[in-house]
Ligand binder design. Structure first.
Ligand code: ATP
Length: 350
């Protein structure tokens, strides 16, 4: 696992050897983690990898089996959720259907005994923050999914928690709206400056929004880094396969291509598709093969190439001057794949 970059920022959340077991299941297994104040931090991983359990441990809905959890240097183990300076936004919004939007957003302030005038003012500010002005009087059923999610965000932010936990909050939205909300969410986080901890299984979402990402697998963190570190410099086979297209060169092929054993990854857009006799520059590796499949995707084309040394690599090329007919005509063609040596990552199992 990589060490996060050195930073002078305060640590908002610290996990030290945190485990949460459910019977035989190690949902979270000996996790060490620092999340810094003001970060947009994502927990990324497949279903069942332990992300939500980590979020629930921070919120206080779960207690660890062992280990320590600190929020701004204060030990949280044993502290109930309502005494933690965090708030959660859930995928299903969890709005009260019978209440107006204004009352939903102001609910936390009402419970705290904040006077109505002040409450109304802050509800208004929050609705402006999430770009839904003047909808205080409406009911949740009169809003679209995207609008409801913004209301849920406004409700979670009105108390100015130090840490906002977001559990797949965009999961119920269609792709276009989700992409739009990803950008908005990041802008809102910039404006409010609160630490956001975002759980998702969608790698593109994590890459788009995060300052840093922790990639989870089977209750453990395999790698922590900023989006380009995670994408460009995956350290383990799991990270290389889960984030982006899996493009591995395994033992025997590696031996023949690079003259050394091991497991290697190279991203598909780094590979140049060239004619079979193209000379290979000294700073590059090459592999000869045959195009086995062509997938035309409009903006680019994905070529699956069977390598002569065994195995397969995917190459993605932009369709700068290529039509779908040109792309399909490549099927069965002999090619030489060429890519820079320094873009080849050696992987290690954790
Ligand atoms: P998803 O994206 O599907 O929510 P996740 O990565 O968030 O997955 P968790 O919900 O944290 O994963 O679950 C991790 C593991 O712990 C899973 O095997 C899950 O079945 C198990 N688990 C979680 N909560 C409980 C519970 N209350 N009782 C028993 N097992 C649980």
């Amino acid at each position: 696992m990589s060490v996060p970059e050195a930073t002078s920022r305060a640590v908002a959340v610290r996990f030290s050897k945190v485990s949460r077991h459910f019977g035989e299941v190690r949902a979270v297994d000996q996790v060490d983690l620092d999340i810094y104040d003001g970060e947009f931090f994502s927990m990324l991983g497949p279903s069942g990898s332990g992300k939500t359990t980590c979020l629930r441990l921070i919120a206080g809905f779960e207690q660890p089996t062992s280990g320590s959890i600190q929020l701004y240097s204060q030990e949280m183990v044993g502290v109930p959720p309502f005494l933690r300076d965090v708030n959660t936004v859930f995928q299903d919004y969890a709005l009260f259907p019978h209440m107006t939007i204004g009352d939903n957003i102001g609910y936390g302030l009402m419970v705290k005994g904040v006077a109505k005038g002040e409450r109304d003012k802050r509800v208004k500010e929050m609705l402006e923050l999430v770009q839904l002005p003047n909808i205080e009087k409406r009911k949740p059923s009169q809003l679209s999914g995207g609008q409801r999610q913004r209301v849920a965000l406004a409700r979670a932010l009105i108390n100015h928690p130090r840490v906002l936990l977001l559990d797949e909050p965009l999961g119920a939205l269609d792709l276009k709206l989700r992409q739009q909300m990803q950008i908005e969410l990041k802008q809102i986080q910039h404006r409010v400056g609160i630490t956001f901890i975002f759980v998702t299984h969608d790698q593109e979402e994590a890459l788009t929004m995060s300052d840093r990402i922790a990639v989870f697998n089977k209750g453990k963190i395999e790698q922590i880094g900023n989006p380009s570190q995670i994408y460009e410099r995956p350290e383990t086979p799991f990270v290389a396969g889960f984030v982006g297209i899996s493009n591995m060169i395994t033992a025997e092929a590696a031996n023949r291509l690079f003259g050394k054993a091991g497991l290697y990854a190279v991203r598909p857009e780094k590979i140049h598709l060239a004619a079979p006799d193209t000379p290979v520059p000294a700073d590059s590796y090459s592999a000869d093969g045959t195009i086995d499949e062509v997938i035309y995707l409009g903006i680019n084309t994905r070529y699956l190439v069977n390598l002569d040394v065994g195995g397969e690599l995917t190459v993605v090329e932009q369709n700068l001057k290529v039509t779908s007919m040109d792309a399909q005509a490549q099927h069965g063609r002999r090619v030489r794949l060429i890519w820079q040596k320094d873009l080849t990552r050696e992987l290690h199992e954790v």
